[in-house]
Structures are given as C-alpha cells and as structure tokens.
Design a protein around this ligand. Sequence first.
Ligand code: ASP
Ligand code: MG
Length: 467
Amino acid sequence: MSVLAMKFGGTSVGSTKAIQQLSAIVAQQQTEWSNIVVVVSAMSGVTDVLINSAHAAAAGDGAKAKEAADTLRRRHTTTLHELAGAAADSASVEASLTTLFEEFELLAQSVRVLGEASPRALDAIASIGERMSVQLVSAALRAHGVQSVALNAAEMVVTSAEFGNGVPKYPQTRDTIRKRIMPLFADGVVPVVTGFIGATEKGAVTTLGRGGSDYSGAIFGEALDASMVDIYTDVDGVMTTDPRLVPTAQVLDRLSYAEMSELAYFGAKVLHPKTIRPCIERGIPIRIRNTFNPAHKGTLVTSVAEATAHAIRAVTVIRNMNLMTVEGRGMIGVQGVAARTFGAVAQAGANVLMISQASSEQSICFVIPNSSSTTAIAALEDSLRHEIERGDIDRIKSRDNVVIVTVVGVGIHERPGVAARVFGALAQAGVNILVIAQGSSECSISMVVAASDGDIAVKALHDLALS
Ligand code: ASP
Ligand code: MG
C-alpha cells in the first residue's frame, strides 16, 4: 500500500482556477499512488481576515466582522458554484458553508460582547478558514471524478491546550488519524483534511501556529506511514535565496532535513519549520512543488545531503529585528542572570531568534523582532532591577533595525575555511558584522548586520553559494 500526503497552501486553493489545477494534480497522482490524503490551507488571505475581524470585534467594531462575513460568503459560494455548481451535492455543500458563516458571525458577536478576543476564541474563529476550504476542495475533486470527503482535523489531531500554538500529542493523534482515514483508503476515497487545526482532549479547537498547515501535512503523512509528503505552493521549490533580491537565485534540487530546518527557521517562508520533525522520524521525503507549474520537479528534502564545492547552499535574511544587549562587569559569576533575562523576554511574549554570549560573561546579546522591543525592555528592566540598582548590570542596550543573515549548508562546519570565506566576502563588501552565531544543527552560520547592509550581505554571500 503506497500512501501520498499532499498539502496545498493558501494560493493553491485561492481561486476557482487554482482549485481546478489542484484537482487535476490529485487525479494525476492517483494513477501513481494507491492512497492519497489531501491537507489544505484556508483560501489565501482568509485567515488574516478572520483574525483581524476578531480583533476589531474585541475593540467594539462589529461592522468589520459583518463585512468580513459577507466577503467570505461571496468568495466561497462563488467559487463553489464555479467548481461544482452542476453537481448533485452542491446544495448540501453550500449548506455546510452557510453553517460556517453563521458560526463565524456568532463567534465574532460573542467576542464583541465580551470585549476580548481570548487565544481560545481566536483559534475557534481562525479555524473557520480551513473548515470552509475543505468543503470547496472536496466538492471540486468529486466534480472532477475523484471520490472524496471533507474532514475536520479537530476530530483527529489532539493537541495541548496552548491556543495559537497547540502541540500535537502522541500516540493519540496517530491512532485517531489512522482510525478515521484507513477505512476511507480501503474504500478508495481521498480525504480532504483541514490543515492548521487540532483540538484539545476536551474538544476545544486549537491551531498549530500561523502557517501551520505544512505541519499538518507532515502530521498526516507520518500517521499514515506515507512514502512521500508533497507540499504544493506557488513557487517551483526552495531557492538559493530570495529571487526578488538576487535575480540569479536558483531552485535547489535537493536539500537535507537539517538544511531545510535551518532555512525554514531562518526566514525561508516556503515551509513551516515544524514540518520536518514528523518526517525525519520515519524518514519520509518531502517534496516542495508548484501547483501552477506541476511539470517542475521541485525540491526534494531527505536525510541525504548534496555534496557541493563550497558547502554553502542557500542564504536567507530575516528583517525588522532588534539586537538587545544586557551588559555589566558585575554579571561575571552572578547566577541566574541569563535565566532571568530570557524569562523576562519570554514573559514579554518576544520570540528570541538568536543568542550570543562572550566567554567573559560581561554581556549577553540576543535578537528579537523589532515589534517586541519596547515590551521586552520594560520586562527586562523590571526583572533585573536589583542588579541594575547594584550596578552589576550597567545597561540594557537595544538596537533597532538590524537583520539576521544566515548561510546554510551541511558541509559548513565540517570543512575548514568556509567561515573564513563567509567573513571575507562580507569584509570585501564593506559589511560590518555585529554578532555571529552558529546554528544548532551545525549547518548554518548566522550574522547580525545593520538593516542598511542586509541586501549587500545577501548578495555577497549568494555569490559564494553559486560559486
Ligand atoms: N491558514 C493558516 C494561516 O494562514 C495556516 C496556513 O495557511 O498554513 O496561517
Ligand atoms: Mg504556508
């Protein structure tokens, strides 16, 4: 029994044409695979609309939710009519959609009355996007002659109660997925499952984090012992860097899991970083492919690394970062400063992307998004007040407008001279490096540079990747 898990992103389900394209791809893959599970995102932009209108409702603006409901209704019903208007089951699909529009309006209304959008309410509202799109995609497949049902992953993916960032629980998740899907496979049915969402043991809907449908694709692939997880998006594959920045950027044929994780973590938007984990565990290859150019074979991600002349495979950049430094000669040997520093930053809800500490222990520096810097500084000043008053900590410095540039390649740490070439290339381009860190998977080097140097740095380093 061969199983293929196919995940289609927001643009791949974003219009009638895209969904028709998807249907043709699924039908084509059915000639090669005995069982297919399809996992989909919400139509492009829908999750943003849902979340924004929830926030607006919390702030007392109910009109925005009403407007959003109308827009969503129009977009989804029009698409349904175009895809499957003639089909016998079209009316029942439309009825399911109507229930979802009503559910959205009801939830938004509750949020407005309460004056608060709790993480739990936000997840319930955000989940509606995928619950609508599975209806469309499944109907389209049926209209295309593919037997299919729409399923809600909240009935299968069991997560922790961390709303907005649910962590799947095993082995329950695997067991429930198998119990639900294997009988469908036996009947030759292609299940179309909501990406992005799960539910707690008690049944409260959770989400796996923004962009989490990729992760869902891998979760279903793993649970069903798939031989392959295809991630369909709107680009040909993973590129050596952002082609808008460097026109000579190329699609990579192959990457190792470690390289892909590092790229995803350091800003390559093509894949959610958590996607790799379930696939590594069972050695399931991941293919990144283009819905709109299915003839392109995309990027294949496996445990095998490609040998290259210069070890550097790709370059990424993460913008709008802030470099924070906690500094003080009195920090030497004082226990718990690092713990409290990061505790405070976590409490401020800031995501730490990179950490570096010099061995003299006189400073700790780390990188967080610009948008979190004000709250992070306040939290740090509060938590380290004692040390600041005593003079053990001299200052908390914050530098806005920095970027993280990362080079990725499995050979980077094994081969002497790679770091020298990286730093040499930046020196030659006149870029000053503020901080350096080596990635935990030992296949990357990240550097913090001023935002104004970001593009120059990427270009200089990309030349190394191609050479
Ligand atoms: N629809 C969700 C989002 O926009 C999940 C996804 O598309 O992967 O974040
Ligand atoms: Mg995505």
